[in-house]
Design a protein around this ligand. Sequence first.
Ligand SMILES: C[S@@+](CC[C@H](N)C(=O)[O-])C[C@H]1O[C@@H](n2cnc3c(N)ncnc32)[C@H](O)[C@@H]1O
Length: 275
Amino acid sequence: MASPMRSLLTDPARYLQSFRLFLEKSTEHQSMREFMEKQLPTLIASIGNGKSTINILSVGGGAGEIDLLILSKVQARYPGVTINNDVIEPSADQIFKYKERVAETSNLENIKFTWHEETAYEYESRMNAEKKSKKWDFIHMIQMLYYVKDIPATIRYFHSLLEAQAKLLIILVSGTSGWETLWKKYGSSFPLNDLCTYISSADLRRMLDSAGLKYQFYELPSHMDITSCFTEGNKDGELLLDFLTETQTITFADAGDILFAAGLLVTRTIRCFHP
Ligand SMILES: C[S@@+](CC[C@H](N)C(=O)[O-])C[C@H]1O[C@@H](n2cnc3c(N)ncnc32)[C@H](O)[C@@H]1O
């Protein structure tokens, strides 16, 4: 029977509100920052060798918090080099916040920002229609692959845009996380549509293996405070639960059960690919 619940993606304002609360209540960005500080410098060590311009493509860049950190690491590795940073992001609100962040940040003089207000698929279709296949030195897709219709095709397309020394970085929930437990156990009750796929690193690994793509794998522990989800009528709890299930608010009786099963530890996974 089709699920009576509605996807959170049908309400973009609530989606963003719940995502921002999730960032506040979790160590999501903190764990990504740690990765960008400790691992990224080595991974990008050769992407710009011999180049006067480095081209970076952010797919689903959101409000740019992590993007700016990535850019600072590229600047540190290649001081003075010109960087073109293109962002594919369908949410006008996120792009607005990204631009505000750029305006408030110093030391970005050598970076040219270009925002494309469209989905990954719209970008691909537009490029194909214009017969363009611009290549990139670094492409990242951070917590966004859930929202594309055809994940293997999307990975194939962006992977084909990599320069010889380039890297593609994908961040998704881990196959050993509470998210995976929650989604696998209750996924059949979630809204079934093409707005959101409950994909984890375990599913991604299978896709990459069957595509014969070479990759490196990193696992990052991150946590989320879900206490408010157990207080009936608590607005934060409802928003967090919406984000966890990518579904608009469901009843508390269901929620308590689901979240207990999801556990307190949430692990995120980072993968880095070679062309
Ligand atoms: C969970 S947020 C992650 C944002 C950012 N990468 C971060 O980690 O802070 C997902 C982002 O993907 C964007 N998005 C949703 N569907 C998309 C699509 N089909 N193509 C590209 N981006 C998409 C959303 O607007 C949102 O900004």
